[in-house]
Design a protein around this ligand. Structure first.
Ligand code: GAL
Length: 649
């Protein structure tokens, strides 16, 4: 059986029994408590390499055989990991080439995890050997339902071999023509004109970090090396097994997962919101979380898997707050509402020593199953069991927000404007303004199929290659409603500024020319329909064409009275341009109007403070992300939700 054939929602998480070898009775206690909590699936082997291959070439699978067999006998499925996320000390000692070199050219010594060189032939050889053995041994075991490749792949390596691979990658990209590279990298600037490929090095704080296209190419290259390494491991496990494969994605901005998504059978991600932090409300943390669930769900337009979360606290924040009673159940059901096929935790049992000994777990050091966390987790186990009907259910959205990783890299790189440009935060703000209406919202990459949507929001889409401009134009011409903001289409895919005025390649579509952008201290305001809305950070001075409607104007500064927000009919569709950074209040209002024009079906609901609404299949979830009871009215029916309560309608 594989993960797609399982009838129940998955419940469980990372399980590290190798930490308890020699502790009699612990494994039995684990199973007994896991069953009591309703656990039906665990991820095993993520950090097991050193205890499977204690010496090079000497393998001992006996303990893992016992663990997997016991889990199977007790009805608990296994997501089996390849152990490449952390290596045994002997490997680094004998083959130092597997260790990464940092951007400042300092070579790592053995330690921590997740820090191997992706291009190292030795590391690839050693991972393939152990992966094939695992696959041969367990690839057809009835307990095993999926492969979990490595763990949280990320990072880059600047060793001489990676430099060589980078040059090869560049040659392939620029058709072996160094003049093409010089043009893309704007090589005449500061005399950076290359004449030999061998002159090129990866970006470094002791060398070059200011050539934007160079940095972008390095990030793209490193992304490709990570995917290449992942695929190398996939081939190894596929040798003896046809089980589905995944690897756990993260919230981070450094990896372009839109390039990765096609290589996994199910998108999975590790979900660690900073619940109860001192900077935002629980509702806002829930919006952040929902945005990420929708980002990962939208990648394949299919259910995803929340591969990790914590049942209580984490151990790596500045202040590690407990989840308030009820919040773990609510946050877990939020994942299900947005399309997760289960709730998986890091971790089943707290480790006794080392770095993560105070990280939340299902089973605490007391080992009793009598804790508050365990009690709530067991309650969640029953809820999930009762809601198996949700598994496989999809979500339909008529509206999407574009979030483009590489665009974020380019915005981070640019020198000027304001230091804190907040690309992702802005996408989340627009998402929040849309989501507040109770609709489902997809979060898509720039290459997604636009034709599925009636309305697309593209905050700060600064990097717009000609091909994307063409797709935006066609989408709007065909009847789509498109909302863009300040900083739209300034540069192409090589971070070269568009010539001929911004938004490059789309001036006629938006019916504006954006002449200049002001970065402001404090606040300005826009006036729309007689009401005033605060704006911060960025104000563009835009010139509307004759047939462009101005729907908001600036209140202050030397551009007071000038257009701030415009609307322009283009062929069958409509293009909005928001020239300044407005708050959610204004965005909510603007999107309300835009959705009406687009014919988006907005549910008839009034959501009390803290309530979020999402549909999965035919089920509607109302979730109260607040510590106070709150009310919602949906289609004329009143609902009252307990603090941190939820309802599935
Ligand atoms: C994840 C990681 C886990 C564990 C967890 C703690 O990033 O994959 O192994 O370290 O964090 O929150």
């Amino acid at each position: 059986m594989n993960i797609f054939e399982k009838k129940d929602l998955l419940y469980g998480g990372d399980y590290n029994p190798e930490q308890w070898l020699g502790y009699d009775g612990i494994w039995e206690q684990d199973i007994q408590l896991m069953k009591k909590a309703g656990v039906n699936c665990v991820s095993v082997g993520i950090f097991s390499w050193a205890l499977i291959e204690r010496e090079e070439g000497v393998f001992d699978f006996s303990w893992l055989d016992t663990v997997i067999e016991n889990l199977y006998k007790n009805g608990i499925s296994v997501i089996l990991a390849t152990p490449s996320g952390a290596r045994p000390p002997w490997l680094s000692q004998k083959y130092p080439e597997v260790l990464r070199v940092r951007e400042d050219r300092v070579k790592h010594i053995y330690g921590k995890r997740h820090n191997h060189c992706f291009t190292s032939p030795v590391y690839r050889e050693k991972t393939a050997i152990i992966d094939e053995k695992l696959s041969k041994r367990y690839g057809h075991h009835p307990a095993v339902i999926m492969w979990h490749i490595s763990n949280e792949l990320s990072g880059d390596c600047h060793c001489p071999r990676c430099q060589e691979r980078f040059r090869e990658w560049l040659k392939a990209k620029y058709d072996n023509d160094i003049e093409k590279l010089n043009h893309a990298w704007w090589g005449a600037f500061w005399s950076h004109h290359y004449t030999e490929w061998s002159q090129i090095e990866s970006p470094s704080s002791i060398g070059e970090i200011g050539v934007h296209a160079h940095v972008l190419d390095w990030k793209r290259f490193s992304n490709d090396m990570m995917i290449e390494f992942y695929n190398h491991e996939v081939s190894a496990v596929k040798k003896y097994s046809d089980l589905p494969v995944t690897t756990n994605f993260m919230e981070i901005e450094e990896i372009n997962y839109h390039k990765f998504e096609k290589y996994v059978d199910i998108v999975s991600w590790d979900c660690y919101p900073r619940w109860h932090n001192d900077k935002e409300s629980v509702y806002d943390t829930a919006v952040w979380t929902a945005f990420h669930h929708d980002l990962f769900r939208s990648m394949k337009q299919k259910p995803f898997l929340m591969m990790e979360s914590t049942p209580s606290l984490v151990n790596w924040n500045d202040t590690n707050k407990l989840k308030a009673p009820g919040l773990n159940i609510l946050a877990s059901m939020q994942a299900i509402a947005h399309g997760s096929e289960g709730v998986l935790y890091f971790q089943m049992r707290k480790s006794r020593g080392s770095f993560e000994k105070f990280h939340g777990a299902l089973i605490d050091h007391d080992g009793s199953g009598e804790t508050r966390v365990f009690g709530e987790a067991a309650q969640l186990g029953r809820i999930l069991k009762d809601n198996a009907k949700l598994k496989g259910g999809s979500s339909d959205s008529q509206v999407a927000v574009i979030y483009d990783y590489e665009n974020g890299w380019a915005i981070d790189e640019l020198c000027g404007l304001k230091n804190d440009r907040g690309y992702k935060e802005t996408c989340i703000k627009h998402y929040k303004a849309l989501k507040g209406s109770g609709i489902n919202v997809d979060v898509i990459g720039p290459g997604a199929d636009f034709s599925r949507y009636k309305l697309i929001s593209a905050p700060m889409l600064y990097m717009v290659p000609d091909s994307t401009a063409k797709r935006i134009r066609e989408y709007i011409a065909g009847g789509g409603i498109f909302v863009a903001t300040y900083l739209t289409s300034y540069v192409d895919e090589n971070d070269l500024c568009h010539l001929g005025g911004f938004p490059g390649g789309l001036k006629d579509v938006f019916g504006i020319w954006n002449e200049e952008i002001d970065s402001i201290y404090g606040e300005n305001a826009v006036i729309a329909n007689g009401s005033e809305y605060t704006v911060t950070d960025f104000c563009e001075r835009i010139h509307p064409d004759k047939d462009t409607e101005v729907i908001a104007t600036y209140k202050y500064d030397f551009y007071a009275g000038e257009p701030a927000v415009t609307r322009h009919g283009y062929n069958k569709g409509m293009a909005y341009y928001i020239g300044a950074r407005t708050g959610v209040d204004y965005l909510h209002r603007l999107y309300g109007e835009a959705m009406q024009k687009a014919g988006v079906l907005v549910p008839d609901v009034t959501l009390g403070k803290g309530i979020s609404m999402t549909k999965r299949g035919e089920y509607t979830f109302l979730m109260n992300f607040s510590d106070k009871a709150a009310a919602a009215v949906s289609n004329g029916v009143n609902f009252t939700l307990e603090p941190y309560g939820f309802k599935i309608i």
